[in-house]
Design a protein around this ligand. Sequence first.
Ligand code: GLY
Length: 585
Amino acid sequence: MLRVTAALATVVLVPILMMAAPPTPPPPGQTPQARPGNIELATFPAEWTYKPGGQAPSAEHGMVASNCALATEAGVEILKAGGNAVDASVAVGFALAVAYPEAGNLGGGGYAVVRTSDGRSAAIDYRETAPAQASRDMFIGPGGKPTEASLVGHRASGVPGSVAGLLALLEKHGTLPRARVMAPAIRLARKGFVVDEIFRTSIGQNAALIKRFAGRELFLPNGTPPDVGTRIVQADLASTLERVAKLGPAGFYSGPVAAAVEAEMTRGNGTITAADLATYKPVWRTPIASTYRGYGLIAMPPSSSGGITLVETLNILETWTDIAPWGSAQALHRLTSAFQRAFVDRNATLGDPDFVTLPLARMASKEYARQLRAGIAADRATPTRTLAPVPREGRETTNYVVVDRWGSAVATTTTINSLYGSGVWVPGAGFFLNNEMDDFAVQPGTPNQFGLVQGESNAIAPGRRMLSAMAPTIVLDRNGQVLMLVGGRGGPRIITAVVQAIVNVIDYRMSLADAVGAPRIHHQALPDMIDYEKGGVPADIVDALKAMGYATQPGGTGSLTAIKRVATGWEGLFDPRKHGLAGGY
Ligand code: GLY
């Protein structure tokens, strides 16, 4: 794994080629000791893939962690050029759009939470919106069943928000000129970058989707992904980025780029028009401010469900003043019961706050958490169906986190929903469009691609933002200083993964590497099932959970990127379950 040593005060940026690099174990034969900063050594099940005692890369002044080495390098370049965390985040966002097309984007949307060096916080919502032509039942087929069109092809896309969101963020909280912050992305597109194994594999695994649309010419020359070691140049995308750098939002939301989107929509019977693009606006929101056991939380409010669902879960967990041993049946029962109740509320009530009234005060209330806790038996599962009348998000999002030398911090999650979004490529402008329309409850009461069953509050309506699970989160220590930034990919599994990383740090005093590398579970109310990572929950604990009445199955989790303050500066990490790079200076 890459290490950046603060002592050298230099950045060492080496792309990580392994799909799942485990945290570095302690040297053989050496007994790891409890480490400074109240860190305790974690104990993971013997069968678990990643060993405790791992070390995350660290840096003294500033740190960037993302799922793409080239994007992390872009962020570090901007930090070293004197930019703050916002400048660097925006640079990472645009670089991801070039070098990480599976999830980085110009054709999608996202959310960022910001903590400025003077202690203020902010949140920006640049989620896609439903086009003016969208309608509640647009994805219901003749047989009354949802069609594939919310996932693949032109009608699957919401109006993209990423360019407007990143530029609004830069304008309000950044310090460097747009052209400087976008320079690394423009360079990557104009001069190209060398294809590595991660990139080639990603294209190969998604070739069936990509080849249906115009992106095939760039990404599947001769019908196959570009070879490792070849250079991929994206001239159309470079021109789009140069226009944006010169003109600001107008470079994307009007003129030739908007015209190219509209022309592609017309060609494919899609719904986004130039007028939809011209009227798109990102929204500054008041971040959710909460606490967990005296630590501060700055979380993303709706239109993402991520922050409020995370806060409700942590509030329920906080009602137990004793900490159950990590990984015990008791600890997993408490986690599951809390997830289940928070997801019931999420799925039934949340949607776009500009269209529906949301019970946010109740969901964030400690008193409400105590009421919910009262309904949790010490040793019995509660079937989801008995909790509330629940009437009915992609998983391939990407998160990045940045801190700077002045102590400001930005956590950002962005997505085109599924990998490569709807598959639709905008010829002449050079980017994929999202398939975010599937994050609406396309048929309230019926599961979406994640098995999430959501309600009327998230039904399709023109101009509305579809509910998200993205959960970029900043944790403050008891003195109000930034302690940790975390967020992830994985649709609803983002929320459960972020909660477990926070709990691992606060309740179990784990190092960042252990907190992220620890095995996780997932429960989203419906299906009423605990998914646990294979090898992460020993058989006797699975049996104990079954005896409590839980259905269990091996399953996946989200993947995280995170930064944590340490005595020498910052540690940063991408999830060993995925690829990426953490680096700083
Ligand atoms: N598209 C995944 C999410 O917004 O949660």
